[in-house]
Design a protein. Structure first.
Length: 276
């Protein structure tokens, strides 16, 4: 397996992301694709990491970073990890097992990095209830995927001109049998906002970015994206209660008002998106 760690700027979480992959067994071919200001080589060296870094002085959207990593690696299976994420132990082994069972692409579950921080927990649930390990297969969102390299040879690469949604667009090109398989035993830990101001700012940005991405691929209008953000609060809380262990559900109830507030910020961001 090849693992492409995608980095923009100099986030302090990059070394932890790379280290989480480097510690996995079996080992993988690892490359960092970095765009924007700075050079991560020094931070990686301080962490004792000797990995190949592909640099771009101009910003690469996720699709561009993915494609650069595909071109720089050779392994028949390719996985991707953002620089604000950490691969949970067993991440590679569980992916490879699923691919060896015949899956062309394998989706992963997503964990909150600080579930005892109420804002961090609310931020995570606001976006990722359907990627919790306890999510049922019929509603799980199939992202954080690894792929057989042959898929890119058959269907082409990711779109590089959109800020998000590049994997959604790529998955739409695949046959039903080739689309990601839900494997909640493949777990990624996501580092999200920990303060209220950071949470609301991030939600606003995500709403704008999603509306613009949907416009670029012919999806719902920004008004629809905004309305969906508001009405999904009840669904998020309900699903979080279903998919969270019983002894953690009290935390979901405490997080509910923060989730509602974050969705208002998301809707505001969507409405501010540039029109095509």
């Amino acid at each position: 397996m090849a693992v492409v760690v995608m980095a923009y700027g100099l986030r302090p979480t990059l070394a932890a992301a790379v280290l989480s992959v480097a510690r996995q067994q079996p080992s993988a071919e690892v490359v960092v694709v970095h765009s924007g200001d700075g050079d991560p080589a020094e931070d990686l060296a301080r962490a004792g990491l000797d990995v190949r870094v592909i640099k771009s002085q101009t910003r690469l959207f996720p699709g561009g970073a993915r494609n650069a990593g595909i071109a720089a690696t050779r392994a028949p299976i390719i996985a991707f990890l953002a620089d604000d994420c950490v691969a949970h132990p067993g991440w590679i082994q569980a992916r490879l097992a699923a691919h060896q069972e015949g899956a062309a692409s394998v989706a992963s579950a997503l964990l909150c990095h600080r579930p005892r921080n109420l804002v961090a927990f609310a931020a995570h649930l606001s976006l990722y209830t359907r990627r919790l390990p306890g999510a049922s297969e019929d509603v799980a969102l199939l992202y954080g995927a690894s792929y057989q390299r042959a898929l890119f040879e058959r269907y082409g690469l990711f779109r590089e001109d959109i800020e998000s949604g590049e994997d959604t667009e790529f998955h739409a090109r695949l046959t039903e049998a080739e689309r990601p398989t839900w494997r909640p035993d493949v777990r990624t830990i996501h580092t999200g906002p920990e303060t209220l101001s950071a949470f609301l700012t991030t939600q606003n940005h995500r709403g704008r970015r999603m509306a613009e991405a949907q416009s670029a691929i012919g999806g719902p209008t920004k008004g629809t994206v905004a309305i969906d953000a508001i009405v999904r609060t009840g669904r998020i809380v309900g699903e979080a209660l279903r998919f969270t262990p019983a002894n953690e559900r009290w935390r979901v109830r405490l997080a509910a008002p923060l989730i509602a507030l974050g969705n208002i910020a998301y809707a505001s961001g969507a409405l501010s998106a540039a029109s095509p």
